[in-house]
Design a protein around this ligand. Structure first.
Ligand SMILES: Nc1ncnc2c1ncn2[C@@H]1O[C@H](COP(=O)(O)OP(=O)(O)OP(=O)(O)O)[C@@H](O)[C@H]1O
Ligand SMILES: [Mg+2]
Length: 357
């Protein structure tokens, strides 16, 4: 069997890096490039320190490994990267000799990611159960609702006094309101209509919609990567999911009366993602950023559950629906939020024409 080691190493989730005695990068696999957010051309031959702002692991340990031809490992090493993001790694360092050159082989396993994957799986199961419960309940409410409405209509025909008719009108109006809620709880009822589409088509539709509804004068900017290949999507579903998230951002900025309110809709590709335990080599990502108050801490763990809301008039369904729609595409939604910076990221797997995710 003829295996390309380069290709094999590029498919590892673990970052693999080879340094020479001057700490210059001799080899880096794809995971390393993704973590350092750089390319091989920029990295090879350069000193690895130039790509890291700070590390909790002392450099003397690496020097000692080279000097004494020793191996070592260290858990939970903190690395602060150039974009100031801090990541946690379990690191293994092995001394090797290649063509009479002393080298260090470094393996770095991102442990945040592992923790996140198990948390993601656990949350997905819980959310699924919550959604099923709510759907079951909604279904039970919907059945008699039609009967109640119909009976009120019949009763109205029997009544002559306008005052009494007001009561039947009230029953009809409230049944309609309840039906609308129940329909939202039951979620999208049509099957997805997948086609090959440019991801920016549904996003632009959202942009045009919210521009008309922008009473709080929010600065809404777009930053698209036009080179993203077509994705196999139901454009209406993607539009609805993005709209729900953008609307939340607008409401958050408005409710907090944020100064210089801003929303940014950005698209990029991301490589080597794990979505619900499955490795996805290439994704289209839609980022929706706002500079509002941040998601309330108390809601963070249950945000995507149905009926979780901090708003008086909110039904708490926007994000739950968005997640269901994205799950139909085998994608995921991630959230990073603190005061002054909230970013939702929608990951959609990019498959080749003729293949579904
Ligand atoms: N960009 C954001 N900034 C701050 N909080 C947010 C943001 N997006 C969502 N949230 C919080 O998440 C909660 C749930 O959002 P979700 O869209 O599911 O429901 P909702 O907006 O309250 O109601 P609905 O969308 O059904 O009208 C919101 O009530 C809000 O507290
Ligand atoms: Mg909402």
């Amino acid at each position: 069997m003829n295996i390309s080691f380069e290709k094999t190493f590029d498919n590892l989730i673990t970052a693999v890096l080879v340094l020479n005695t001057r700490f210059e990068v001799q080899y880096a696999n794809q995971a390393t490039l993704s973590f350092l957010k750089t390319g091989r051309k920029q990295l090879y031959g350069n000193i690895v320190d130039d790509f890291v702002l700070f590390s909790s692991l002392d450099k003397t340990r690496f020097r000692a490994a080279l000097e004494h031809h020793e191996n070592f490992s260290e858990n939970e090493v903190e690395l602060c990267l150039l974009d100031e993001s801090i990541l946690l790694f379990d690191i293994g360092v092995t001394y090797i000799i290649n063509e009479e050159q002393d080298l260090l082989l470094i393996e770095a396993k991102h442990i945040d990611q592992q923790k996140r994957i198990s948390k993601e799986n656990q949350q997905a199961a819980q959310q699924h159960a919550a959604k099923e419960l709510v759907r079951g309940l909604a279904h039970e409410i919907k059945n008699p609702l039609g009967g109640i409405r119909g009976a009120a209509q019949l009763l109205a025909m029997e009544l002559s006094s306008p005052e009494k008719k007001e009561y039947t009108q009230m029953i009809i109006k409230q049944s309609d309101r309840l039906r609308e809620l129940v329909d939202r709880l039951l979620g999208p009822n049509s099957l997805p209509q997948f086609t090959w589409q440019n991801i920016h088509i549904p996003i632009e539709a959202v942009f045009q919609l919210v521009k008309l509804d922008n009473h709080y004068n929010i600065n809404i900017v777009r930053d698209y990567d036009p080179s993203i290949p077509d994705v196999y999507i139901d454009a209406n579903m993607i539009q609805q999911a993005v709209l729900n998230i953008v609307k939340n951002a607008m409401q958050a900025l408005h409710d907090a009366q944020s100064k210089l309110p801003k929303i940014k809709i950005k698209t990029r590709v991301a490589r080597h993602q794990v979505i619900l335990g499955k490795k996805v080599p290439l994704c289209a990502v839609i980022y929706i950023y706002d500079n509002g108050p941040g998601v309330p801490k108390a809601l963070r763990d249950t945000l995507f559950y149905p009926m979780v809301s901090s708003k008086q008039s909110g039904s708490g369904l926007g994000l739950s629906i968005a997640q269901t729609l994205i799950e139909h595409h085998n994608g995921k939604i991630e959230l990073e939020s603190r005061k002054g910076r909230t970013e939702f990221a929608i990951f959609l797997p990019i498959t080749k024409h003729g293949e579904t995710a």
